[in-house]
Ligand binder design. Structure first.
Ligand code: NCD
Length: 310
């Protein structure tokens, strides 16, 4: 890997992305077998620090680390000394003093994983920081597209919804463009960052034209917790104009793949028929997430791309 830490897909070279995806294929085969564990990270310790709510990402990192035989420590904000007034850095230094090898961190403030990577000796993996990046989600979305479509290069991918507040959107944009996909962002103008075109994407503020001819739709949740002012009239209106249902899905290519990072707000950004329909890979994304995180932890823990032992 080009870097010791995984902070974002913006700086991750294409070659590292390819290595992670390739290794994740091996790990996906492994986790679909009855015995799912390899001893590759035996003796290493992975600490999961989640200072924001999470179901999928937290459990996914935990399962991934356990399947690599690492020792895993989970810490949530509500049960840590941060609630007693200790600074984040002091908490992390305390954990580091216990010789933790990899720290997986989610935080509501953009840049916290970067700051920690400058101050602690452990390897830092970003599990989502503010509105900045969510690199392992970006990687698992890339993996799912590769798995379902055969390749990423040349696919047209529409990211639909609250682009402005979504770290998943940013990681997707960086990763997809590096891998040769064409990227569209689709949503109300107020939820699309100004100058987003500079990232190399096409902008659509109308769902029908945005979905026309696309191979993949990545549907994003309305990040209401991050919106500081009213950016659209009502949730109902948003659902009517941008919620993807079976009728609107037909605007895309007939074999268009549907993905969503979760958690879903059914009936708002996606209808149950689409979420559970034949074009959806939403559940499979969760399985892929474990395989991708195993690949990430394995490589960040010092493993080499082409030598997985079992
Ligand atoms: C995403 C996140 O936390 O950024 N969820 C996830 O990690 N699966 C997306 C979201 O919260 O909408």
């Amino acid at each position: 890997m080009a870097f010791r830490h995984l902070l974002g897909l913006q700086e991750l070279p294409k070659e590292d992305i390819q290595n992670i995806l390739k290794l994740a294929v091996t790990f996906k085969d492994l986790i679909l077998k009855p015995v799912k564990k390899v001893p590759t990270l035996k003796g290493k310790t992975v600490a999961n620090f989640f200072f924001e709510p999470s179901t999928r990402t937290k459990t996914s990192f935990e399962i991934a680390a356990k399947r690599l035989s690492a020792d895993v420590l989970n810490l949530s904000i509500s049960t840590s000394s941060v609630v007693k007034g200790e600074t984040l850095l002091d908490t992390l230094k305390t954990i580091e003093a216990m010789q933790v090898d990899i720290v997986v961190i989610r935080h509501s403030v953009s840049g916290v994983p970067f700051m920690l990577s400058q101050k602690i000796k452990s390897v830092v993996v970003n599990a989502g920081d503010g509105m900045h990046e969510h690199p392992t989600q970006g990687l698992l979305d890339l993996f799912t597209i590769m798995d379902k479509k055969g390749k990423i290069e040349g696919q047209t991918v529409a990211l639909v919804g609250d682009i402005a507040h979504s770290r998943v959107a940013r990681s997707n944009i960086f990763g997809l463009i590096k891998m040769g996909a064409k990227v569209r962002v689709v949503g109300p103008a107020t939820l699309i960052p100004r100058d987003v075109q500079k990232m190399g994407v096409e902008v659509f503020t109308d769902l029908e034209s945005g979905l026309k001819g696309v191979d993949v739709i990545n549907i994003l949740r309305m990040q209401l917790e991050r919106q500081k002012k009213y950016l659209f009239p009502t949730i109902r209106e948003y659902a009517m104009l941008f919620g993807v249902n079976s009728k609107k899905l037909k605007w895309a290519k007939p074999d268009c793949l549907v993905i969503h990072p979760g958690p879903m707000n059914r009936g708002i950004e996606v209808s149950p028929n689409v979420a559970d329909g034949p074009q959806s890979a939403i559940e499979e994304q969760v399985t892929n997430g474990v395989a991708v995180r195993m690949a990430v932890l394995y490589l960040m823990g010092g493993g080499k791309a082409n030598e997985v032992t079992d």
